[in-house]
Design a protein. Structure first.
Length: 281
């Protein structure tokens, strides 16, 4: 068993890309981030961490991190590989890790033992895949692509989404992402308008070999329960698939049963669960 680190996302994908693509839905976050890195290698605060773990020449795991964010783990064929990963990352200040529940818990336990501190489950998630949109009950209004004039609205809603859904109020990171958006890099955003005003937001970005990741999905509290998010998510999913993609992917918080029900109603099917762990100390 050995671990290889890569200074180039192209070199990393040459080794790990096939392994990741075999389970495209499970690895949609890693594949999407790697496609972003290919287009915009300076998108993050520091060079990405890119690693592949191999047993002889067979890839058994991969890991990716775009500082200052969490480490992301792939599906892992052999949990013994985690010890090599912990050793390689020793000295880094990891805020957390996300990936398949069992490998994430095993890594977190080994990490806490190796560097001290503790860990806690921050969020239990589910990965969904859509191959065909089921139309929701119609809602008043319609969808449009967000424009530069919407920037202040997008900034406010994305910060509110981060606080509510991710416990993350990083306004500077939101503004940095919107700078890229205004340069036509990174995510695209669509707005649902009803009665002459914006009522819901859906983003899409992070291309995979056959798909794209949907999110964030956000509706302000006063406009929820009216079908706006369902209709906009269905509209955006259909629009990006009409561009030639076979699938859409999204992550949900399992603590939000309403959202999980809504996505399934428009055709998203559960694939697997994911776990996010936060480190302390």
């Amino acid at each position: 068993m050995r671990l290889d680190r890569f200074g180039s996302v192209h070199d990393w994908l040459a080794v790990a890309g096939g392994f990741l693509a075999e389970r495209e839905a499970e690895h949609n976050l890693m594949l999407g981030l790697s496609s972003n890195l290919r287009r915009n290698p300076d998108a993050y605060d520091a060079p990405p961490y890119l690693a592949a773990l191999r047993d002889a020449e067979r890839v058994v795991a991969a890991a990716l991190r775009t500082p200052p964010y969490n480490l992301i783990l792939s599906e892992i064929h052999d949990l013994d590989a985690l010890g090599l990963l912990v050793d390689d990352l020793r000295g880094e200040r990891l805020p957390g890790v996300v990936g398949p529940p069992e490998p994430v818990a095993a890594f977190a336990e080994q990490w806490a033992t190796a560097v001290g501190g503790s860990w806690v489950v921050a969020r239990e998630e589910r990965i969904y895949q859509l191959a065909q949109v089921r139309e929701p009950a119609p809602a008043p209004g319609g969808a449009r692509l967000a424009m530069a004039a919407d920037r202040d609205l997008l900034e406010r809603w994305l910060i509110e989404f981060g606080i509510e859904a991710l416990n993350d109020a990083d306004a500077e990171r939101v503004r940095f992402g919107l700078d890229d958006w205004e340069r036509n890099r990174g995510r695209r955003y669509w707005i649902w308008e009803a009665y002459g005003r914006p009522v819901s937001l859906v983003g899409a970005g992070g291309d995979t070999p056959n798909g794209i990741r949907i999110g964030p999905v956000y509706t302000p509290v006063g406009d929820r329960g009216k079908g706006y998010a369902s209709n906009l998510t269905a509209w955006v999913s259909r629009a990006v698939m009409d561009e030639g993609r076979r699938f859409c992917f999204l992550y949900t918080n399992l603590a939000n049963p309403t959202a999980n029900k809504i996505y399934q109603a428009i055709g998203y099917e559960p694939v697997t669960d994911a776990r996010m762990v936060a480190f302390a100390g």
